[in-house]
Design a protein around this ligand. Structure first.
Ligand code: SAM
Length: 261
């Protein structure tokens, strides 16, 4: 009998996966290999945890909802070695958790905090080998968008600068209990090596991207006022009359890498 007695908590984004076909596809996409250090964000009632554990033998999972911890540990007992971390993933130092290895992150993420979780993961990208996340499809579309697309924005540039972003497949609301109001999708993120990223000052890069898209209808010249001047924009090979949504990731990197005036 399942020991999960609490109803799903909306505030924690609890939409539990129940469709076997979708769960199998995620496990197949992750494709755990011997020696992998897998860390799951938000194991919930174990929909992904238990199949991953059955395949891989060991797993660490970070869960905010304390009510889920004991029943999850009980469900995992005969399946494999589950290490549970109780708390908010945003408070977990993923680099310290990796302890010199490169972890593989997996999660059907709580949609209400998915962007902060993505940025938290980016901050620890050097300690991460890859990530497989279920997110709102609309968020995955934004993450993978190309310049010129209506949904190309800060999330696209920040994610693509640091990771290769590959949308894998769409998941309908009926795969979850309770069903969310939106379509979902699974995405793979593979952090790039430092040399490939080529960003000299990450804080400067983040500030420029934030300013450029903060007022996305404005031209670069106006949106970046006080952050980068027209000469710098031109020196980066960009037209000051462009809008941010027309600038590719490499353009933002060139601009951020110019010596400060
Ligand atoms: N993995 C399960 C599944 O696929 O059925 C649950 C997915 S549910 C969409 C998201 C899970 O993340 C819930 O178990 C929720 O309690 C947990 N969660 C929400 N916010 C969290 C946070 N800040 N840190 C860690 N876990 C969180």
């Amino acid at each position: 009998m399942s020991g999960f007695t609490e109803p799903p908590k909306k505030a924690l984004g609890q939409h539990f996966l129940h469709e076997r076909g979708v769960i199998d596809k995620i496990v197949l996409a992750v494709d755990p290999r011997p020696g992998d250090a897998i860390v799951e964000i938000g194991p919930g009632q174990g929909a992904l945890t238990l199949p991953l554990l059955a395949k891989h033998g060991a797993l660490t999972a970070i869960e905010f909802d304390r009510d889920l911890l004991a029943p999850l540990a009980a469900a995992a007992r005969d399946v494999g070695e589950l290490t549970l971390i109780s708390g908010d993933v945003l408070d977990v130092d993923l680099t310290a958790l990796a302890a010199g290895r490169r972890i593989r992150l997996v999660g059907n993420l709580p949609y209400n905090v998915s962007s902060p979780i993505l940025f938290h993961a980016l901050a620890h990208a050097a300690a991460i080998r890859d990530m497989h996340f279920m997110l709102q499809k609309e968020v995955v579309d934004r993450m993978a968008a190309a310049p010129g697309s209506k949904v190309y924005g800060r999330l696209s540039v920040m994610l693509q600068a640091y990771c290769r972003v590959t949308p894998l497949f769409k998941v309908p609301p009926g795969a979850f209990r309770p069903p969310p109001k939106v379509d979902s999708a699974v995405v793979r993120l593979v952090p790039r090596a430092d040399a490939e990223i080529g960003i000299a000052d990450r804080a400067r890069f983040a500030a420029i991207v934030r300013a450029a898209f903060g007022q996305r209808r404005k031209t670069l010249r106006n949106a970046l006022h006080g952050v980068a001047d027209t000469d710098a924009i031109t020196a980066a090979g960009l037209e000051p009359g462009l809008r941010a949504e027309q600038v590719d990731v490499a353009g933002f990197v060139r601009l951020a890498n110019l010596p400060a005036a």
